[in-house]
Write a protein that binds this ligand. Structure first.
Ligand code: PLP
Length: 492
């Protein structure tokens, strides 16, 4: 980043008369006279006047002002900012895909339908489910879809009394939000001090008004919930269904399958586990899988083989159809197709062996970082973690240096901050997820920076409290930015 461009907009660089183009004179002569006066400007628009090098440098510098996984380590817990292989981008940008239109006759889009079906089948194998829809646009959208499937299932049995969804207090905020949007009542169940769900408290909440229990495993503090088989049994005994939030499937790939544990419905975030660039609200995809017996409730439209026996990954002739029992349409067409293609490219590139290596590596990396920092950061849950873990701020609380300060100081070291103040179980949560894609050198650099910040907090706490010191923007006022955004350069 060239400091000359810090904090500037293109108008700041404007010099009268500068031009970044030179077009030939138009051949219309006095053509303007044919345009009715009412459509003509009284004065020229206020446009920035810059030469081409300034223009190019301005926008290129702007593009590197933001932090991305392609510019540095991004250990954002719960969000899985793993590196996104560039081959995915090349494959999904092929003109054969880009030129498709959703209204083309199915016989002319068999390749696209095969890709949809192949990904659907791969996810079934990974999740242990009977069928997936790829139509939902994101994780939260998948949760909503999954809960609508559950509602459709209960309604199909004439069981209208099931209006509650039980959600652990450690759950991602989208869980209770999706349940509310689906028209269901949210009931919270507490976690035990070791971060796992309180099975006995859950048992006490189960009755004939419960539609579903939503669980995340490993949960949002990175701990594997080993009581799931027992929980599945008691949830099913009361007639409810068990929902799996599989937004982060990294530590599970090829190791354990939600379907085998007794989950009935699940969603996966393709943009996290299966490597699509995300963050900043970029396009996502939240496929929903269901166990046998729930397939007909999945959203329309659906891609199905004409030859019903076709099990091969690629091969069947496919059609697009609607099911009468379906909850209906949840998105336009067949979801975010380019994200689906990236995920399929990623799965096929890694293959079974590669995918099965991702989980242990993600787990090893998280434990390596955790163990290397536990003397300086407070570790509230002292167990082997899966792909992520949570510190409760610095171990030494006497300095007054908060998790926010540590996160801001990391920016000066060239790292994106971890997730902070989530989960809500601890006051100073600092949630770290290194992912499997980082080298030992990168992890060591990060550990070194975290250790340096902890020492700095004791020796020169004000420096950490005033961080970041070297970024183009220091500490924006988040609340003011949200409530009174300044969206134009000019005073209107
Ligand atoms: C990211 C995440 C979600 C929500 O996914 P979006 O695609 O952001 O809607 C839900 N649950 C968990 C555990 C997550 O990490």
């Amino acid at each position: 980043m060239n400091k000359k461009f810090y904090g500037k907009v293109i108008y700041d660089l404007s010099k009268e008369g500068r031009r970044a183009y030179s077009l030939p004179q138009n051949g219309l002569g006095d053509g303007l006279k044919d345009i009715p006066a009412v459509f003509l400007r009284s004065k020229a628009p206020l446009l920035p006047e810059v030469d081409e090098p300034t223009l190019v440098r301005h926008y290129n510098n702007l593009s590197t002002n933001n932090f991305g996984v392609d510019t540095g380590f991004y250990p954002l817990g719960s969000c899985t900012m793993k590196y996104n292989p560039k081959i995915n981008e090349e494959l999904c940008a092929l003109p054969q895909w880009q030129g498709l239109h959703p209204l083309q006759p199915v016989e002319t889009v068999q390749g696209a339908l095969l890709a949809y079906d192949a990904l659907q089948k791969a996810l079934c194998e990974i999740g242990g489910m009977a069928r997936f829809t790829l139509n939902p646009y994101a994780g939260a959208h998948g949760e909503l879809t999954g809960l609508m499937v559950i509602r459709a299932y209960h309604e199909s049995r004439g069981d209208a009394a099931r209006v509650k969804v039980i959600v652990p207090d450690s759950a991602h905020g989208t869980n209770p939000a999706s349940a509310a949007v689906a028209g269901l009542k949210v009931v919270e169940v507490k976690s035990l001090p070791d971060g796992t769900i309180d099975t006995e408290a859950l048992r006490g909440l189960l009755d004939e008004t419960v539609a579903a229990v939503m669980m995340t495993n490993p949960n949002t503090v990175g701990i594997f919930e080993s009581a799931i088989p027992e929980i599945a049994e008691m949830v099913h005994a009361c007639g409810a269904l068990l929902y799996y939030d599989g937004a982060n499937l990294n530590p599970m790939l090829g190791i354990a399958r939600p379907g085998d544990m007794g989950f009935d419905v699940m969603h996966i975030n393709l943009h996290k586990t299966f490597s699509t660039p995300h963050g900043g609200g970029g396009p996502g995809s939240g496929p929903v899988g269901v166990r046998k017996g729930l397939e007909e409730f999945l959203p329309n439209p659906r891609v199905v083989p004409i030859d019903r026996d076709a099990d091969a990954l690629f091969g069947a002739t496919l059609k697009v159809e609607k099911s009468g029992k379906s909850l209906g349409r949840i998105s336009a067409w067949l979801g975010n197709f380019a994200v689906e293609l990236r995920a399929l490219a990623y799965i096929l590139t890694l293959g079974r062996d590669g995918l099965m290596l991702a989980a242990p590596l993600a787990t090893l990396n998280a434990n390596y970082v955790k163990e290397s920092l536990r003397d300086l950061y407070k570790l509230p849950i002292d167990r082997v973690c899966k792909h992520e873990f949570v510190f409760d701020g610095l171990a030494d609380k006497s300095t007054g240096v908060t998790t926010l300060n540590v996160a801001k100081r990391l920016l000066d070291h060239g790292f994106h901050a971890p997730t902070i103040y989530f989960p809500l179980l601890f006051h100073e949560s600092l949630m770290i997820e290194p992912t499997e894609t980082e080298s030992l050198e990168t992890l060591d650099e990060f550990i070194e920076a975290m250790r340096e910040i902890a020492h700095e907090a004791s020796e020169d706490p004000d420096k950490v409290k005033n961080a970041p010191l070297e970024t183009p923007v220091r500490r924006p006022d988040d609340t003011a930015a949200a409530l009174t955004p300044k969206v134009t350069y000019f005073e209107l």
